[in-house]
Each structure stands twice: as C-alpha cells, then as structure tokens.
Design a binder for this molecule. Sequence first.
Ligand code: ADP
Length: 483
Amino acid sequence: MSVIKRCEKYMLSYAVAWPAAIAVGSMITMTNAYLDLDVASTLFYITLVLMSSNFLPPPAFLSVAVSNVVILSNGLITDGGYLDYKLIAGLVCSLIGLLIIILLVWRNKKATSLWRRKEALFLAAQKLSHTGSVGIIIGHEISLSWSEESSRIFEYPSDVTPTLDLVRARTYPDDLSIIDSVLEQAISRQGLIEVEHRLVMPDGRVKHVQMVASPMLKDGGHIEYFGALMDVTASRQSEEALFHSQAKLAHMTRLTSMGELAASIAHEINQPLAALITSGECCKRWINRPEPDLEEAGKSVDRIIQNSVRISDVITCIRALSRQSELQRTVELFEAIVSDSLALMQHDISYHEVRSHCHLGAPSVFISGDRIQLQQVIINLIINACQAMAGVHDRARILRIHTSVNDSEVVLEVADSGSGISKDILPSLFDPFFTTKPTGLGIGLSICRSIIEFHGGRIWVNSKVGRGTQFMVALPLAPLKEN
Ligand code: ADP
C-alpha cells in the first residue's frame, strides 16, 4: 500500500482520534486532581501538538506549536508563578518536554513529506514506464501485493486486494502454466525469477507483461519476492510491426531480384535472337535467288544453329540458377571463349561500322569456369563498346580485343574509341541499374562483375572522355593438373 493511501487511511481515523483525545484529556484532568500535580496543561499542549502535526501544513503546525509554548509560559506570568521557584522549575521542565516533542514531530513531518515526494515521483515513474511493483509472500499460504500501476496493468480497481485467482483470471489461457512455474520457483526459493507472459482483458485485448522478482528473507523464515511488472505490449507490437515490414521487404527484394533476373534474361537472349532472325532472313534471300547460293545459305543455317544453341545454353544456365544448383565449372581454353564470343558479335560489329582488331596473345591458356557466363561478359563488353562508338563520326570506330598472360592470370582487354566515360560516373559504373542510355537497363556491367568475381577474377575500367574506354578482365589460370 502506498504512503499516500496510508495517510488517507489516517485521515479517516481522525474521527476516532478526537474522542480518543478527549478521553486522554479527561484522564489528564483526573490525574491532575488525584495526584495534585499541574501536568495537565503540559500534556494537553503536547496532545494538541501531536494532533495538529497530523493534519496541518508545516507553517500552521509551527504557529500552533509556538502559540502553545507562549500560552504555557503566559499562564505562569499572569498567575504570578514566577515568584515561586518550584513553579519556575516545573515550567522549565514542561517547556523542555514540549520543545523536544515539537522538534521530533517537526523532523518526522519533514521526513514524511520527503517520503511522500519520493513516493509521488516513484509512482509517476511507474506510470510513465508502465512498470508496477509486485510482492509475493510465501508463507503457510501464498499472498500477493502490488502497486497502483500493477493494478492498472491488470486493469483491476486500485483498492482491490490482489489474489492469485485475480491474476489467473487475467492470464492468457495458454500462459497459465507460466504463472504456475513462477509459483513453483518461488516455493522452491529460487534466486531471480524472470518471466514474460500474456494477459487478456475482459474486452479481449491482449497485453504482454514482463516480471522480474528477487527474494528477501523475512522474519519467521518467510520469504518474500519483490519485483517489477512491466507492460511491454507496445514494444512487442512494434517488434511485430518490424517483423511484418521485414517480411514485406524480403518479399519486395525477391520481386526485385526476380525482375532483375527477368531483365538479365531479356538482355542475354535478345542478342542471339536478333542474330537468329537476321541469319534466317539471309538464308531465305540466298535460297530465293534465281540461282540459289546454297553455300552461303548453309553458312546462315550454321549461324542459326550456333545462336539457337547459345539461347538454349542461357536458358539451361537460368534454370540452374533458379534451382540454385552449382554452376558448371569446366576447364576451358580461354581464347576459344573469346573468339566464339567475337564470332557471335560479328553481325553487330559490322552493323555499327566498327573495325575490330583482335590480338590473342595467350594461346593454350586454360581457365576453370562457366563458358556461357564468361561469353556473356565478353559479349556485354563488346555490345557496350559498339554502342559507345555509335556517335563517333570524326575518327575510326575501332574495337580492340587483346589477351595476354600476366603471372598466374590471363588478362583480356576490350577497348573502344568511343565517347569515353566521365570521371564522376566511373565509380557507379558497376552498380546495378546504373545507366546513361535512354533505353538501357544498367545491369549488364553489374552482372559482368558478379560473374568475374564468381570466377575469382577482377574487372576494372580505364576511360577518358572523347578518347575511348578500356575494360580489363583478369581471370586466374586453371591449376596445372587440370590443363
Ligand atoms: P546498359 O548498357 O544497359 O546501360 P551496363 O551496365 O552495361 O548497362 O552499362 C552501364 C553504363 O556504363 C552505360 O549506360 C554506359 O553509360 C556506361 N558504359 C559501359 N560501357 C561503356 C563504354 N564502352 N563506353 C562508354 N560508356 C560505357
């Protein structure tokens, strides 16, 4: 029970205090008459001081106390008692007694008001933090006590005496076993008890509460647990909301990566598909001639087959990706991958009126990797190079493809004499969806980088605006035993 409530209880008992005071006063008068002593007035003033301390504020109490001292002394002066040595000694004794009592009462009053202040602050802190205090007394029976805030958490009127039945009535049915376990722990005098459980209010609202209690040994071998009960509903709700947002975000991320995958499929398939259409049209033209050129038609059919195989390979690769299976790593002749990619891009290169200078300086060099993925990288670099040179009219459009061996790496250079890249956008070049093209997707280079990194290699760029761009790829050589 709080101090404030205790004080309220005392105020109610004033009705009893007054008759008691009258009874005490009568006893004093009777004692006075019977023993022929003049202590009645002193005892009366002491009673008055004690009573006024209960309900008067400090300044009023002080004035009552001072008045009592003055009246007590005045009696002696007006009755000429100062002439009697015995009366003076009696007065001094009475005054000392009264003053000591006033001093003690004053100190007690100050301590009480300080305590009330602390109690008020403590209650306010409990209310603000939604934390109440609880007590579990383990004796012959188990009894409970709780603070106002605890009763508010349980949503019981503050004057209701807490019982286990009341607690159980508000406990979420599935969590009743937690209450039983708390009692078991308390009975077996365990150290710190820490639990979290749910409450259910009469209107169906669910609250989450946390309780921490530690034991204190009381007189008679009883043990009492003192603890804090905290309403953590708000934090549990925000955790739940956070969990939902995270799930939503994960869903969105999945959708985004699916979109990214779909875009890369489009990117990778579009090119061979376009080559397929062109080769088909060429083949038709060679056959439809007055004198069909079967040799050229045959070459077109070869290109159709090559491109169809590539599309099928890309799709196999995507299937493998979607099954999250390991990509196929095989030992490949690096220059074969480069020349195959170049052959596939021949049509695009001539369409952009680009001259290609190919210098393959790493013959018989093997790498361990996924042929299709590495072709994707080279094709993407060639497409970008051709596009970068589309606006070049004042100089030759040159695509330089060089390979070389450097220590334990094979290095590929894909360079163009195109527009070049300005310094400020160079750092973002490999970021997904970074593009400067009106219809660009901006994922080609980011895919290139992840493929190269997957193969344990590096990709980087050197460029000067108006002078062209040089993409460099370095891949580790396959271990010798595999060669
Ligand atoms: P996209 O080609 O769809 O824009 P990429 O990831 O392949 O996506 O390229 C990203 C950007 O990098 C391009 O938009 C372009 O600005 C720049 N870029 C790539 N290669 C070159 C190059 N050879 N010359 C100039 N800019 C290039």
